[in-house]
Design a protein around this ligand. Structure first.
Ligand code: V47
Length: 372
């Protein structure tokens, strides 16, 4: 079979996709530089269907952000606040445990828990929070804390990353979300998130989590001051770690939303760049089982199109979203399960409700069963 692309510079990529060979750094840059969106999408769709057939995954989840207090003050962020800011909030443990059960009528299979780097909340506090959630909602998978939060908690507790992750795991954390990766290139990182752990530390923390048996996701924040080369460098660093550990489940490209951030003079990304970021990732990350089109960030419409350009996951019901909405997102805060089913079916894909570990879920209204 010969695969057709309009841009002659993509011929070598098409040949490699045809034979199942790994793409190089130069291939990645050629893909980002090309305007042949249909050619790129065509190739990405082949890889997507090889890996996941016609299925598109989603879950019934709830986001919980226990605090927006953050010492990092990243230029990319509209969510984090200084302790004394009028809009700063920190939930009590009781509030976290209560809010977890609110706002959605169907049984949630995942809590996605992330927050700011709070200078006074200890590792013990977070372990108690996790423990309390597990006690009250034993069926619900706890996907909690970015590599950045883990790094900060370790530093404050004056223990190693490994010990910190082990403590969180013992308390009930079952996997980690993919946030905080931003762009690994130091030159960019220094501008957009100066006080965060650096790219190597993010990778090292993910490696340690995977070695402890905790799966995680991975993200990349694009559409600010990074170059195409920075994007490819980021993706290949993720691919290298995945070769070593196999611990990543999903990659999620995140478009920068500039509103209410110190970088609000930058414009938002366009639909072409959003779709291209899905497709190029699907082609470069040959060892990642899934690529997620995060509907809150992309809009429902673009996330639906992404299902034909390499994505095989939409994320979930979410219920309450703060990070993107503080940065001006116009999407809804929440979708119902039936909305996700419709979005997927209307893009010609077969919807599969999954748990966090991608096992199919069967449900009736009030409960769900993981099929193993
Ligand atoms: O870590 C922060 C990014 C991330 C902005 O693992 C911003 O399943 C754009 O990681 N504009 C949080 N992006 C979101 C995230 C995520 C979302 C959905 C699913 C999963 C998963 C992970 O959002 C942050 C940061 O990289 N972010 N501020 C902004 N103004």
């Amino acid at each position: 079979m010969s695969l057709k692309v309009d841009d002659p510079k993509l011929e070598p990529v098409a040949q490699k996709v045809n034979s199942g060979d790994r793409l190089s750094f130069e291939d990645g840059v050629a893909l980002y530089r090309s305007h042949d969106l249909l050619g790129i999408g065509y190739l990405a769709n082949i890889v997507r269907e090889r890996l996941n057939g016609n299925r598109t995954f989603f879950n019934v989840n709830r986001h919980i952000n226990p605090t927006n207090v953050c010492v990092a003050a990243c230029k990319l962020c509209a969510f984090g606040r200084q302790v004394r800011d009028g809009k700063a909030y920190t939930m009590s443990l009781d509030q976290v445990w209560k809010i977890a059960g609110e706002g959605y009528s169907e049984a949630v299979s995942e809590f996605h828990i992330v927050g700011g780097l709070h200078p006074e909340l200890s590792l013990d506090w977070y372990c108690e929070m996790i423990n309390g959630l597990k006690e009250r909602y034993p069926e619900v998978h706890l996907k909690a804390f970015t590599m950045v939060e883990v790094g900060y908690l370790a530093r404050r507790a004056k223990i190693s990353i490994k010990e910190t992750l082990q403590r969180l795991k013992d308390a009930g954390v079952q996997s980690l979300p993919g946030g905080g990766a931003e762009i690994f290139q130091e030159r960019v990182r220094r501008v957009i998130c100066d006080h965060k752990i650096n790219g190597n530390e993010w990778i090292d923390t993910a490696r340690t989590a995977h070695q402890l048996g905790l799966k995680s996701n991975a993200t990349m924040l694009y559409g600010h001051i990074e170059t195409n080369e920075d994007r490819v460098d980021h993706l290949l660093k993720l691919r290298t770690l995945q070769d070593e550990t196999g611990g990543f489940q999903t990659y999620i490209p995140l478009a920068f939303h500039p509103e209410n951030t110190p970088m609000q003079h930058l414009s938002t990304t366009g639909g072409v760049d959003d779709i291209k970021n899905i497709a190029v990732a699907r082609l470069l990350l040959d060892n990642f089982p899934h690529v997620k089109a995060y509907w809150v960030m992309m809009t429902e419409k673009v996330a639906q199109i992404a299902q034909r350009f390499g994505a095989d996951d939409l994320d979930g019901t979410i219920v309450e979203e703060k990070i993107y909405h503080d940065a001006g997102a116009k999407t809804s805060q929440s979708l119902r399960r039936e909305d996700l089913l419709r979005l997927i079916r209307d893009s010609g894909r077969e919807p599969v409700e999954r748990d966090t570990l991608y096992r199919p879920v069967e449900r009736n209204e009030a409960s769900f069963t993981v099929i193993v």
